[in-house]
Design a protein. Sequence first.
Length: 188
Amino acid sequence: MSEFRFTDGNLIILYGIHRGKSADGELPDHIKERVKVCLGTFNIIMKSKPDKQKTLVIVVAEEKSGKLIKDELVKGGVEEKIIAIDASSENVGQTFDRVLDMIKTRSNPPYIYFIGSVWLRDIYDSTVVSKLKEYKVRFEGALDHRPVEEVEKEKALDVPRKSIEHYKKRSKDKAIDILLNYIFPEER
């Protein structure tokens, strides 16, 4: 079992990448939900954490959406100077690669909060297990009220790749099944 490192500061990652078009230059409703969850998480950190002054918010979105999200966060009480926009990441995997590059040299990395729609949980789980297993990371899910077909199309663009851990677990489970079948053969 890996030991967690002592954390110093907080990093909130607001995953705002979306494939659909928004009306009149506004944010789609599912992205607004993520912003609400981000503001709630930010307020909890500001009220309860002793290292609240070392908090950074990274908005992962294309440039135009990133500015709109940043404006919403500023309206919600987040200081503009602690918000950064990552417009180069295209999916969850790339997002965590960039975060890992940013924090791996720190002796006391920040506590990481990842905010995305609830359907991103599978993708998040596969990414965190393989890349950030020795860091403290928490998933915060926002509701997504879009039709299932639209969510499935977007989910297909960000399908998690199975890591080596998945294949190790699968082969271990198969070996256990073979052993149990040998020890306790089914009677016919």
